[in-house]
Ligand binder design. Structure first.
Ligand SMILES: Nc1ncnc2c1ncn2[C@@H]1O[C@H](COP(=O)(O)OP(=O)(O)OP(=O)(O)O)[C@@H](O)[C@H]1O
Ligand SMILES: [Mg+2]
Length: 339
């Protein structure tokens, strides 16, 4: 494959159909070595299907996969010893402890050095519950045990499908630290999520897919500088005048009726352009009484995926744009978070 030097994972033109349903439609992913890569897409976009193809759980119908610089072909499952994965929700023996489950897993695969299991239990914050039966673990604890299992062989590439599922906000922060540590050790971490806030917190590089195709890929910082929102507050009676004044610069609108009543306008503009908004309004004799800006991956996500990316109500997570309410998929801007 051309153009894949230095990549830990690359797919080119990957296709997968389930009967007449097209799950992957020519997917090109380029995952650099040593980063946390956030693989983002709305429900049904093809994330799990991609993970299944990458781990040999299903065969693709076309295209190529390169894992750690070498082609991954049908039947090449030995290659997967270098790759750790958590794709389907992990299955454990419920009547065994977390530690015993990891021992079972280790016994079934390549040999693991002594002390490795306790090291991993510690890393995933399970040390003090390692002796408890897995049936008494919470969902988040099972998820963390699954990740410990994926790390048993000290893989260079880690593939995790929705690793933050079932984790509380503190668990997500702990997960981010763990994944960053792994990336700092030169490992590549590929995580999928349909929740933006998670990816915004965890990833260095982001790939966004919709309907089985890549729609945007790049460093998170770069993507965020492209898309954002500047919020400006003017006298409520001047809202319409302000919208007209700003029109040559960017689209401005009150996002809700309460915004209009309070004089808040959202201007769809890169976050570093707040000054321009201020200057332009002042030039028209409209003086802002409030100004804030934030990067907004959510807006980019909704744009790129055709608005089909609403979070599905799994609770409130804290991202760069402030709390994102899981019930409220339609609000483009996290209010009140200044960048
Ligand atoms: N075993 C299957 N048989 C038939 N269709 C399937 C199967 N698995 C997935 N699909 C379809 O393939 C498409 C992609 O599904 P996939 O599970 O990869 O999406 P996803 O991005 O992981 O979504 P989610 O965020 O909900 O986990 C969907 O239209 C889905 O209905
Ligand atoms: Mg999925």
């Amino acid at each position: 494959m051309s153009g894949t030097d230095g990549l830990a994972l690359a797919t080119r033109g990957l296709r997968k159909n389930y009967g007449s349903r097209r799950a992957l439609n020519g997917l090109d992913l380029s995952v650099p070595t040593g980063v946390v890569y956030g693989f983002l897409g709305p429900n049904g976009a093809g994330k799990t299907t991609t993970m299944r193809v990458l781990t040999g759980l299903v065969h693709s119908d076309g295209g190529t996969v390169e894992l750690l610089g070498k082609p991954f072909k049908r039947g090449d499952r030995r290659r997967l010893f270098e790759v750790g994965a958590l794709v389907e929700s992990p299955t454990f023996y419920p009547f065994l402890s977390g530690r015993a489950n990891l021992r079972e897993l280790a016994a079934a695969g390549a040999p693991v050095p002594a002390g490795r299991i306790d090291e991993l239990l510690d890393l995933m914050g399970l040390a003090d519950r390692a002796g408890d039966k897995v049936q008494n673990y919470s969902m988040g604890m099972k998820q963390r045990l699954g990740i410990a299992g994926a790390l048993l062989n000290d893989p260079k590439l880690l593939l995790l499908d929705e690793p933050a599922n079932g984790l509380d906000p503190a668990g997500i922060v702990a997960m981010r630290d763990t994944l960053k540590t792994l990336a700092g050790l030169g490992k590549t971490v590929f995580i999928s999520s349909h929740l933006l806030a998670e990816v915004q917190v965890m990833a260095d590089v982001v790939g966004i897919i919709a309907a089985g195709k890549l729609v945007r890929e790049g460093p998170l910082k770069e993507l965020l500088s492209l898309e954002g929102v500047v919020r400006v507050r003017v006298r409520p009676s001047l809202v319409d005048a302000a919208i007209k004044t700003l029109a040559p610069l960017a689209k401005a609108e009150p996002l809700a009726e309460t915004d209009r009543d309070e004089g808040w306008l959202s201007v769809h503009l890169a976050p570093d352009r707040a000054e321009d908004v201020n200057q332009m309004l002042a030039g028209a004799g409209i003086f802002a009484s409030g100004l804030e800006s934030s990067a907004d991956l959510e807006m980019l996500f909704l744009d790129l995926t055709g608005g089909n990316g609403s979070p599905d109500g799994e609770g409130t997570f804290v991202g760069l744009t402030g709390p994102i309410d899981g019930q409220d998929g339609g609000t483009p801007a996290g209010k009140g978070a200044a960048a």
